[in-house]
Write a protein that binds this ligand. Structure first.
Ligand code: APR
Ligand code: PHB
Length: 388
């Protein structure tokens, strides 16, 4: 098989990239290791920057998002039972869209099918060959080996994918920070406790109240590294959550059985450069953020914005300046989101080794947020998303 761009990974970044390229007349093949059902079974964050909303609209996949998503013009940061509202609209003129990543992925798969996009699921042993300048890809499907010759490879295969692992160690530089706690997440078929998200800083640890829709709520608790899901009964989860969120929310929350319960580790990770010859790294293949700032999916969309523009410019205008500049341009925005996610994580969590001095710094930062429009504007403009 031959194609112009071979895309490894059928998650949000791989699907959005293939759709944007296909709409511009660029031929792609997506190779996904798992089944579509497996990809769609993943529970992930659900906050879209307004720039991500715009790119999904540009890709023609925004209709259901606008019908079923929820526009949020602010969020609540609570500490010592005092909620501080961050008014995105007033501070930045922008907003976010609350719409689950699973739904975005659903919409992308539907759009790819409608356009006859080529997506190979169950592609095993994907291997990248001929880099940096003469790439081809091999994979095994139902026991048969296949080869795809291509002009470019987009590594949209996530943190554990094959693409970053193919880059020479002499070229690749990685930067990592592992946080000393995890997030225990619960999905429950209950109405959200609040119309807006509540990020709660508490002596017992961080808690987050979020939602998927008017009948599906998503809650998180900071838990020590090493905690296992089977240590947390639903009752224990709800009791702890009520201790950490503002009293009014704790008094009104409607609890119910968890339909999903899992613990995610928190880390910040960046791999540089995001390009090696004709291989490009995109999304989680190149960077990981702690979920505190809801930047994971949005950074994947950001990379897709830059790479789709670069490849379309190559094929349409025979211009390669955007390809040459992809890694530097993408990383400039990645690091700002990495910084924001780190700052939100340090602002809101209790660290096992923190000192009294650290706690005073955190308290003063919350107070600064409460009393300074400039401080709230900084948080707001990063949360709604910096310009591409
Ligand atoms: N061969 C083929 N497919 C692979 C391989 C491989 N060797 N390794 C991983 N994949 C697939 C995974 O099965 C997954 O469907 O690549 C896809 C990568 O998707 P994501 O991990 O979702 O990464 P990305 O598309 O960059 O989206 C980033 O998704 O998972 C969230 O937290 C993440 O919000 C972030 C967003
Ligand atoms: C979620 O709804 O899963 C969610 C929302 C905001 C975050 C993290 C997760 O910062």
């Amino acid at each position: 098989m031959r194609t112009q761009v071979c895309i490894i990974g059928g998650g949000p970044s791989g699907l959005l990239l293939s759709h944007l390229l296909h709409r511009a007349g660029v031929d792609t093949v997506v190779l996904e290791r798992h089944s579509r059902a497996h990809v769609l079974s993943r529970i992930r964050a659900g906050v879209l920057e307004w720039g991500s909303v715009g790119l999904l609209d540009q890709a023609g996949v925004g209709a259901r998002m606008h019908r079923e998503g929820f526009v949020h013009t602010g969020t609540l940061i609570a500490a010592r039972n005092r909620p501080i509202r961050i008014d995105f609209e007033a501070l930045t003129g922008s907003r976010v869209m609350v719409y689950g990543q699973t739904e975005v992925t659903h919409d992308l798969y539907d759009a790819r099918d409608a356009m006859g996009g080529v997506i190979v699921t169950g592609a095993e042993g994907v291997t990248l060959h001929g880099l940096p300048d003469a790439p081809f890809v091999t994979y095994v499907k139902d026991g048969t080996e296949h080869r795809i010759d291509c002009d470019y490879i987009a590594g949209c295969d996530g943190f554990h994918g094959a693409s970053r692992a193919t880059m020479p160690a002499s070229l690749l530089k990685t930067f990592e920070k592992v946080y000393p706690f995890g997030w225990l997440g619960v999905l429950s078929e209950t109405p959200p406790v609040s119309h807006e998200l509540i990020y709660a800083n508490h002596d017992r640890g961080f808690a987050l109240c979020s939602m998927r829709n008017a009948h599906l709520s998503r809650y998180y608790l900071q838990v020590p590294t090493g905690d296992r899901v089977d240590q947390w009964s639903d009752a224990a989860f709800w009791d702890e959550l009520k201790r950490r969120i503002p009293h009014e929310a704790a008094d009104t929350i409607i609890t119910g059985p968890s339909i999903e319960k899992s613990i995610a580790p928190l880390r910040s990770f960046v791999a540089e450069p995001m390009r090696w010859g004709r291989l490009f790294l995109v999304g989680d293949a190149a960077h990981i953020v702690p979920p505190t700032g809801a930047k994971g999916l949005n950074l994947a969309v950001s990379d897709v914005h830059y790479l789709s523009r670069a490849l379309i410019s190559h094929y349409t205008d025979n211009a390669d300046d955007l390809i040459e500049g992809y890694s530097e341009t993408a990383l400039a925005r990645v690091w700002k989101a990495i910084r924001f996610s780190w700052s939100m994580t340090t602002l809101l969590h209790r660290f096992p080794d923190q000192t009294d001095f650290d706690q005073h710094i955190q308290n003063s930062e919350i107070d600064y947020l409460e009393h300074s429009t400039a401080a709230r504007t900084v948080l707001a403009e990063n949360y709604v998303g910096l310009p591409f």
